[in-house]
Design a protein around this ligand. Structure first.
Ligand code: ASP
Length: 442
């Protein structure tokens, strides 16, 4: 029998009704052996996530205030679920312990982790499966840095003979037993870590959307869902702002070649999005996989006659960036030109000293600064080795009257990135979507 890891996000475990859907999903397939839940999330847009309430309870304790007004709301969430599901399990003892430790000043990470801990205890009781604490499996060092190799060994030995279990997401333990958490949204990462540790056949990530969309639905009306994409395509799209999965969740499973299936708990029959390797070998089709982009980049455009023959020019430019602690996003270049694309956010007042440094060390003929640039990445394994893809893209933008300020094509031919004025961002995304998706469908 195969092994699947099923991670359920906060909205999937937000109340008893959601948990009934979770059980139906689990019951449907016996390969769904390991369940990794989040803490209960929002039930409505104005609701609070349990994790946020736990952080607030901790802050109240540190200020010396009573935690009860906040903790009562947390306790109520779990009591309602346990009552609705008629669970026969000592929730009160677990709540009391968490309450007392937070009130006594336990750390923020301990407090935050209890959302997943209590969630997993409830779900284990509901599904009648053993609870295995993530503190036994996910290892951090004394400074709270995640230890990938040690964790993998722990997970594979501890779960080797376990038939099925519920394992809380989001946290693990340091060598002294203290709790450390992953970054926010980290249950996605926990699911991936467990998947890798047990060498799962599939990592199912159950959420409240039916997969990754080809473009931002706030920009493109009802975009198609991406059926299949590769880890690399996901990385390109996620870097450019497409989100559905925690950024770091992909690394453990990618290394092991375990596919990730994004599914919708509220619509389990929807096909979702499958992320896997191997799709790279698919024949080139000219189709794109997705479009993503972000606003607010700054371009420093350098020009210098005979730049191509000047050994060390690029190194000196990058040296100035490094000394300013600034990481660059893209560096498209020509024979006598080099542009450095930087995120505007975080540049602060360093831009002036940065350009002065480049001026002094590289003596370019000119330096121009372009602010307010948006980057749009058109990503697709089907685009590589297909003549005319770039022409289609550029003609779509020309016909829409959009001026392209920068072009960068990754060496993998997996993406083409264009830089346009911030004001043209949405129009650019729509023009590309229409040319590659709408026009081809009709
Ligand atoms: N509960 C944690 C958070 O809200 C982790 C997660 O849900 O993935 O960030």
């Amino acid at each position: 029998m195969g092994v699947r890891i099923c991670k359920f996000g906060g909205s999937s475990v937000a109340d008893a009704n959601q948990l009934r859907k979770v059980r139906a999903i689990i019951d449907e397939c016996e390969e769904r052996r390991f369940i990794v839940p989040s803490a209960p999330g929002r039930r409505a847009p104005d609701d609070d996530k349990v994790t946020d309430l736990l952080y607030r309870a901790h802050e109240a304790a540190i200020r010396g205030d009573a935690i009860d007004p906040i903790f009562d709301r947390i306790a109520l969430r779990y009591r309602q679920i346990a009552d609705d599901l008629g669970l026969d399990f000592d929730l009160e003892a677990a709540l009391a312990e968490v309450h007392d430790r937070i009130a006594a000043g336990a750390g923020a990470e301990y407090a935050a982790s209890r959302g997943e801990y209590l969630s997993a205890l409830l779900i284990a009781s509901f599904l009648d499966r053993p609870f295995i604490d993530a503190a036994e499996l996910v290892c951090f060092d004394a400074e709270g840095r995640f230890l990938a190799e040690e964790t993998q060994m722990r997970v594979s030995s501890r779960l080797a003979d376990v038939e099925a279990a519920v394992i809380p997401g989001f946290y693990g333990a340091r060598p002294d037993g203290g709790i450390s958490t992953l970054s926010r949204g980290g249950s996605d990462v926990s699911g991936a870590i467990i998947a890798r540790g047990v060498d799962a056949d599939l990592y199912e990530n159950w959420t409240d959307v039916s997969g990754l969309l080809m473009a931002d639905p706030r920009i493109v009306d009802a975009p198609d869902t991406i059926a299949v994409l590769t880890y690399r395509e996901l990385r390109e799209l996620a870097y450019m702002g497409a989100t559905v999965l925690h950024d770091e969740a992909i690394f453990p499973v990618r290394e092991a070649g375990i596919p990730v299936h994004i599914r919708n708990t509220n619509d389990p029959d929807a096909p979702g999005t499958l992320i896997r390797r191997g799709a790279e070998d698919a024949p080139p089709t000219g189709r794109i996989t997705g479009i993503a982009g972000r606003k607010d980049f700054t371009i420093i455009a350098l020009e210098k006659t005979l730049m191509n023959a000047e050994i060390g020019f690029g190194r000196r430019v990058l040296g100035v960036l490094e000394r300013h602690g600034i990481s660059w996003e893209h560096i498209p270049s020509g024979i006598d030109t080099l542009s450095i694309v930087l995120k505007t956010d975080g540049l602060d007042d360093r831009l002036e000293s940065l350009t002065a440094g480049i001026e002094a060390e590289c003596q370019p003929d000119s330096i121009e600064i372009h602010r307010g640039i948006a980057l749009i990445a058109t990503v697709g394994r089907g685009m590589s080795h297909v003549p005319g893809t770039a022409a289609r893209l550029f003609s779509a933008l020309a016909e829409a009257g959009i001026n392209i300020r920068m072009i960068d094509q990754g060496s993998s031919e997996l993406n083409i990135i264009v830089g346009v004025e911030n004001a043209d961002f949405e129009r650019t995304v729509r023009a590309i979507y229409d040319r590659f998706v709408t026009d081809t469908a009709s």
